[in-house]
Design a protein around this ligand. Structure first.
Ligand code: FGO
Length: 400
């Protein structure tokens, strides 16, 4: 069987119009599922135009390359973008509004659609949107007679109990802004206070202290290199709070019975998970023929069938609310009832701020502070106070 990438190359060589789609998938199921959608679209659209997905590395490489393309004038027709990336690209007036162009709009999950509206206009198609979920080692929980935790307190107690018995920490986490967001949101934190970005709120300090204390108390293990699924086998894994888009990777890497559940929250409802993954955007400054192909592609990938296939293959949330009625997703749910968790968790999810500077803040400022505190180089309060100062300097234009 030919590689999807080669099939696409051949399809595009014959096409009168080629619309590039720059993305941040390095490989695995997400990239394969995207390429499969492009192959299908290009077949349907043969003789008219084709879409060529091009991997730009990871998500941050992607936004770096897009910013460079603004200057170089070689933008693709389409790209993936986080909500904050959209806010940044809008400062350069680089995006085409999608209002009136999306035929499935009324079937799309409004929670994700609202997040790509800026000044009342729609600038993205939610495409590969994920939510954090609880991953766990079912074998290990059974061994210790521990139930899947429902509340934050249950969660910490379960992690402590199993870690003590095993003699090593079983809650694995990447000391980054994504993991931190889970604890922060569920301790009542929010980043925006009267329009001001606040990263050193009492809830923020408490969330970071919980992780730091978890490491000291021996129930939480920072994973400082690679994804959690890439570290399986290096110690006893019990739990993680991670993107649903990791599901295919986790399943493939786990040598144990992998379970997923909605996040621990309160007795009344699941915890809130961070929304990640991206939207598809269309650039303004490209050939209108390419833009026309791009709009057709957006309509193809947001249809119920395409969303059902994409979600089942990856663990991304089906964005089209009718996807669950599709036979592919029905069959997938019969074979793997756990997938319902992803759909349920999408009702308990929260975004980071969609401000142009957020990507820089989440990685270079807040992410740094979280790593420093977890590695014991600063106390949580010191690290977050320093981060707050950096955020203020950045937003007031003192640093870039
Ligand atoms: C990733 C990143 C952002 C922003 C969040 C932002 C930029 C986070 C987090 C930093 O599509 P998601 O849910 O999941 C990714 C998907 C495709 O690569 O699969 C996940 N994956 C991949 C390989 C693997 O072995 N295991 C695995 O789980 C992968 O995480 O996006 C989540 C991870 C991060 O990239 O380190 O979104 N993120 N907000 N990135 N640039 N800007 O504002």
């Amino acid at each position: 069987q030919q590689k999807a990438e080669d099939v696409i190359k051949a399809q595009c060589e014959k096409a009168p119009v080629v619309a590039e789609l720059w993305h941040g998938f390095r490989g695995g199921a997400p990239r394969a599922a995207l390429e499969n959608l492009a192959v299908e679209f290009n077949k349907m659209n043969a003789g008219k135009g084709c879409v060529r997905p091009i991997s730009q590395g990871g998500y941050r490489d992607l936004s770096t390359k897009i910013k460079a393309a603004f200057a170089a004038g070689n933008l693709p027709a389409m790209a993936q973008a986080f909500e904050n990336n959209i806010a940044l690209y809008l400062e350069a007036n680089a995006l085409l509004p999608l209002d009136g162009k999306l035929e499935h709009l009324s079937d799309l999950n409004p929670f994700f659609v609202n997040a790509v509206k800026f000044d009342g206009k729609l600038y993205g198609l939610p495409f590969n949107k994920s939510v954090q979920i609880l991953y766990f080692n079912r074998d290990l929980l059974s061994k210790h007679g521990v139930d899947v935790p429902k509340t934050l307190d249950d969660f910490i107690a379960a992690a402590k109990k199993i870690s003590e018995a095993e003699g090593e920490p079983v809650y694995w986490f990447r000391p980054d802004t994504s993991t931190y967001a889970y604890w922060f949101f569920n301790m009542g934190g929010s980043y925006l206070h009267d329009g001001k970005v606040v990263v050193n709120s009492p809830e923020g300090v408490k969330a970071l202290e919980t992780l730091v204390q978890g490491v000291k108390d021996g129930w939480a293990k920072p994973i400082t290199s690679g994804y959690i699924n890439q570290n399986f086998g290096k110690g006893v894994y019990g739990f993680s709070t991670d993107s649903s888009a990791g599901y295919s990777y986790y399943l493939r890497a786990a040598k144990f019975d992998l379970g997923i559940a909605t996040l621990p929250g309160t007795a009344a409802h699941p915890g809130y998970g961070l929304v990640q993954g991206t939207n598809l955007i269309v650039f303004k400054d490209v050939d209108t023929k390419q833009q026309a192909v791009a709009f057709q592609f957006l309509n193809f990938v947001s249809g119920p069938k395409a969303q059902a296939l994409f979600a089942a293959a990856t663990g991304y949330v089906p964005i089209n609310l009718k996807a669950v009625d599709e036979p592919v997703l029905q069959d997938h749910l019969m074979e793997n009832p756990d997938f319902q968790v992803v759909i349920d968790q999408a009702n308990y999810a929260a975004f980071e701020p969609a401000i142009p500077e957020w990507e820089q803040i989440r990685f270079d400022i807040l992410g740094q502070a979280i790593t420093e505190a977890v590695l014991g180089k600063a106390t949580p309060k010191e690290a977050l106070d320093k981060a707050q100062k950096q955020v203020e300097d950045l937003l007031s234009g003192k640093i870039r």
